[in-house]
Design a protein around this ligand. Structure first.
Ligand code: FE2
Length: 370
């Protein structure tokens, strides 16, 4: 465990040096705002009791001393507020740990991890391994679940809540006559993310197989983050266009007209791809200027070719009792054509934060609420 060796303070800034040589700059208003004392945060639930506007505008260091237990005791100007900062708390900002549940791009030869339903229910470690696979790989397969309608909702409720939509609490995927949606035909489907016309877009999709008597109908999955990364390497300009061009998506039927605008590839403040929205059926006519259309179409076409011929993809032939759970903001799914009437899946959506929230329980014993 590293400890603080020295602290040098100015008015607004202080510099810590750690035992491994790491240095850390601390800004007085930031420290004051994030004080851990009982006047600043509730001792029971850890929630902040003050608002930034309650604090002096010109918070500065009056004194800073290292305690014998290694923590840092600060007295602030101008109000004389005192607070103590544990070394482990400060260190977490000097060298943030890697997110254990962050995405890991599929390697060549990737296979979808499989977990028996009974073990997920009975054994907390198996449940954690299952949720970790969903978080890291963006996909995991549950096997040997009951072959009963509505089981898909019970599986989602192991870790979170079913996200109900205008399709209902769950949706049936099988061929019908006069389909309102191409999902309900026996045609093959280009890989896609579901429902980019929703805001927010569904985070997780679960598909539970109740019947599959066809030779065809294999389900195809593609790591959208991997494909987007490849596009960024090969053609940075195409990646830039798809990650900055906002596009309209739309679904409408007799009861609802859902519309949302978003880029095809969403990148966060650290340059990481966080969401893919790709759906050839529900992308609406791009409302771009004439000057931007040609380059957009070049980038869009290139991304589509990459998705059809990805470096990595996974194929699953779902058997009755199988339920695939995947990150709908990352993993695209599609299927090959099949003979009508012999394949029945039930699907539902759920939010991703439930998975991460459940995984982090046990990682950190401190109670923190928003
Ligand atoms: Fe779909």
């Amino acid at each position: 465990m590293h400890h603080i060796t020295t602290i040098v303070t100015g008015r607004e800034w202080a510099t810590l040096t750690w035992s491994d040589g790491l240095t850390q700059s601390l800004y007085a208003p930031w420290l004051r705002d994030n004080a851990q004392d009982s006047q600043t945060v509730h001792p029971g639930n850890g929630q902040r009791l003050i608002d930034i506007a309650d604090l002096p505008e010109n918070a500065a260091f009056r004194s800073a001393t290292l305690s014998t237990d290694g923590s840092l005791a600060i007295t602030f100007d101008p109000d004389g507020h005192e607070s103590v900062y544990p070394a482990s708390w400060l260190r977490g900002f000097a060298a943030p740990a890697q997110d254990p549940y962050g995405p890991r791009l599929w390697p060549t030869g990737f296979t979808v991890a499989r977990f028996e339903y009974g073990k997920i229910i009975a054994d907390r470690d198996t449940e954690r391994n299952w949720l970790t696979a969903i978080a890291r790989d963006g996909i995991a397969l549950v096997t040997d679940a009951p072959v009963e309608p509505e089981t898909v909702c019970a599986i989602a409720e192991n870790f979170g809540f079913v996200r109900e939509t205008n399709y209902g609490r769950l949706f049936d995927v099988r061929s019908v006559e006069n389909p309102t949606n191409m999902a309900f035909t026996s045609a093959g489907l280009m890989v896609h993310t579901d429902n980019p016309y929703r805001d927010p877009v569904p985070g997780l999709q679960l598909l539970h197989c109740l019947q599959n008597e066809t030779d065809g109908g294999g389900s195809l999955f593609v790591d959208g983050f991997q494909v987007a990364d490849r596009l960024r390497r090969d053609d940075p300009e195409a990646f830039r266009i798809l990650s900055t061009t906002w596009l309209p998506f739309r679904f409408h039927d007799a009861t609802v007209d859902l519309q949302a605008r978003a880029p095809m590839i969403t990148v966060d403040d650290k340059g990481r791809v966080v969401t893919i929205r790709y759906n050839n059926r529900s992308i609406a006519p791009a409302d771009l200027s004439a000057a931007d259309l040609p380059a957009f179409y070049d980038a869009y076409r290139k991304f589509s070719h990459y998705l059809r011929n990805p470096e990595v993809e996974a194929t699953l032939r779902l058997a009755p009792g199988d339920c695939v759970v995947f990150d709908n903001m990352r993993v695209l799914h599609g299927r090959k054509g099949f003979a009508p009437g012999k394949r029945w899946l039930q699907g539902c959506y759920a939010d991703k934060d439930a998975v991460y929230g459940r995984l982090r329980i046990g990682d950190d014993k401190t109670v923190q609420q928003m």
